[in-house]
Design a binder for this molecule. Structure first.
Ligand code: NDP
Length: 320
């Protein structure tokens, strides 16, 4: 088990983490950033980002994250692959373990761990994970080119994934559990005006069907109004039912709501622990946008900088 001390530790590599890194490194704080299990974060599973200011023509999500990383590297951020697996915020400096083996002690910690896709929780869904079941159409849709697919969910993500898949597949079923969609009006219209998308209203999935050789071959659905069961033939089964914040390791240390979103002092990135700052989707259940994540990443770095300056001042006056 190795140990290392850093001034600013950033956990996570989405827009929040990299923005915090740009600000902290430009402030001379020599931040160390651990990428987490999905380097680049959720935007690496997105196709076109059209609503991030400064890209008038839009930009591809993975490319955008490469650019975020390059910008952080340009100012000297030490970017490392690794997953924070445990923390101990009982004393000072703060302690964080990476991949259960490296212990980092940090004068300040900026949490930018984001959120992860939710699944339905069916055993068959797990059985066929990466064999037809996916939570990212943009990542995996290509594998089902020319084949029928299904998307579960009725939010903007599901609508976006269904329209994306409709360009690749002859038939896209959208499995919606109510008789209306949560997605924005423009996205709903896009779905309803795409001829090869069929919306199955009031339907829930009972089982994903398949076998070892072919992976997913279909899904058994039930109409929750009539109880009627149907089977659809699909080779790709895309789950797009929302996200869960990646904050499990902070349970017991940091204040969070019932879903696990970290609670910050309003208008700041301060958590209930001095020197620990929360940014991005891990602390945002309302906006969840790349640009808001980047904005709070900036706040995290500025709050950390101020905290460290005050701490240094306290120590120098205590010594004098
Ligand atoms: P949402 O939480 O908005 O939607 C989740 C959807 O999944 C809902 O329709 C919900 O149904 C459905 N759902 C949840 N659990 C189940 C279940 N067990 N079985 C079946 N269906 C289920 O998540 P999104 O990921 O779609 O969006 C998150 C945020 O990101 C939103 O604010 C969205 O606007 C934003 N976003 C914006 C985009 C853009 O601007 N380009 C693109 C993608 C997302 P019900 O409605 O019945 O609760």
């Amino acid at each position: 088990m190795s140990t290392e001390h850093v001034k600013v530790l950033i956990i996570g590599s989405g827009p929040a983490g990299y923005t915090a890194a740009v600000y902290a490194s430009r402030a001379g704080l020599k931040p160390v950033l651990y990428t987490g299990g999905q380097p680049g974060g959720q935007l690496t599973t997105t196709n076109d980002v059209e609503n991030y200011p400064g890209y008038p023509e839009g930009i591809n999500g993975p490319q955008m994250m490469v650019e975020f990383q390059q910008q952080a590297e340009r100012f000297g951020t030490d970017i490392r692959y690794g997953l924070a697996t445990k923390v101990d915020f009982s004393g000072y400096p703060h302690r964080v373990w990476i991949d259960d083996k490296t212990e980092i002690t940090a004068d300040s910690v900026i949490i930018s761990t984001g959120a992860s896709a939710k699944y339905l929780g069916l055993p068959s869904e797990q059985e066929f994970a990466n064999k037809g079941v996916s939570a990212c159409a943009v990542c995996d849709g290509f594998f089902y080119k020319g084949k029928p697919v299904a998307v579960v969910g009725a939010g903007d993500t599901a609508a976006e994934e269904a329209t994306y898949l409709a360009n690749l597949s002859p038939k896209v079923y959208m499995i919606v559990r109510r008789d209306e969609m949560r997605a924005s009006k423009i996205m709903q219209e896009r779905v309803l005006n795409t001829p090869n998308i069929e919306v199955l209203w009031n339907h829930e999935t009972e089982e994903v069907i398949g076998n070892d050789t072919d992976g997913v071959t279909g899904a058994r659905l039930v109409n929750n109004k009539t109880g009627e069961k149907t089977e659809i033939e699909v080779n790709g089964f895309f789950v797009a039912i929302g996200h869960k914040p990646n904050t499990d390791i902070f349970k017991g240390w940091l204040d969070m709501d019932e879903t696990g979103y970290l609670i910050v002092k309003p208008g700041t990135s301060h958590t209930n622990i001095e020197g620990v700052f929360a940014t991005g989707d891990a602390a945002d259940k309302v906006y969840r946008q790349a640009v808001t994540a980047a904005g709070t990443g900036c706040m995290g770095a500025l709050d950390a900088e101020r905290f460290l300056a005050e701490k240094e001042f306290e120590m120098s006056t205590a010594e004098a």
